[in-house]
Write a protein of this length. Structure first.
Length: 198
């Protein structure tokens, strides 16, 4: 299979899987088929899938280098965009269903609850990365583009902390995510050190 075909097939699969998941999630929510607390389930599902895609995005580079599959790099931007889509849905679900669009309460929650504070910082940092993910900005910004997108390393740490602090009982799942995150960052330790020295 030619490289262009591989990329097209994989990108199509990424679109199909994510759009199908989102459609199914809200369809089940409308039908009240998400258990006893559908609001919590929708918020959790969008948040955890955003984290999954964020980690998957960080996996692309080491996997592409290890198995000589350079064409995989062409899917990283799309995965990053869907990461932002899930993060945005996670926030909007929280504002709409949990807070009932009470923005004064949102401000209060951001101030009072550290896990919400750090979550807002994470999505604030993720937003410019999503906006500048287009090739146009990559060409226009030059070396600054890569420096900006290196903030993904900070974002993934913040998101894992947000998840850990939001869990009130069993912390097994957040700890597993921390382990995956740490492993992926260690694979990039030289790149991260070079970035921090600039």
């Amino acid at each position: 299979m030619q490289t262009k075909t591989k990329v097209t097939v994989l990108k199509s699969a990424i679109h199909l899987i994510n759009l199908a998941f989102i459609a199914q999630l809200y369809y089940l929510a409308i039908l009240d088929q998400l258990g006893t607390d559908p609001v919590k389930e929708v918020i959790h599902a969008t948040g955890i899938n955003g984290l999954n895609l964020l980690l998957l995005t960080l996996c692309i580079s080491p996997v592409a280098k290890r198995f000589k599959m350079g064409w995989l790099m062409q899917t990283r931007r799309l995965l990053g965009i869907y990461t932002f889509v899930y993060a945005l849905l996670h926030l909007l679900n929280y504002i709409a269903f949990e807070l009932q669009f009470d923005y004064s309460l949102l401000v209060s929650e951001i101030i009072k609850r550290p896990y919400i504070t750090i979550g807002m910082v994470a999505i604030s940092l993720l937003t410019p990365l999503a906006i500048t993910s287009l090739k146009y900005y990559q060409r226009k910004m030059g070396r600054q583009w890569q420096s900006l997108h290196n903030w993904v390393y900070v974002i993934v740490i913040l998101v894992c902390i947000h998840f850990y602090w939001s869990v009130k009982s069993d912390i097994t799942e957040p700890v597993i995510y921390f382990g995956i995150m740490f492993t992926l960052l260690m694979l990039r330790r030289d790149k991260i050190k070079a970035w921090l020295k600039r």
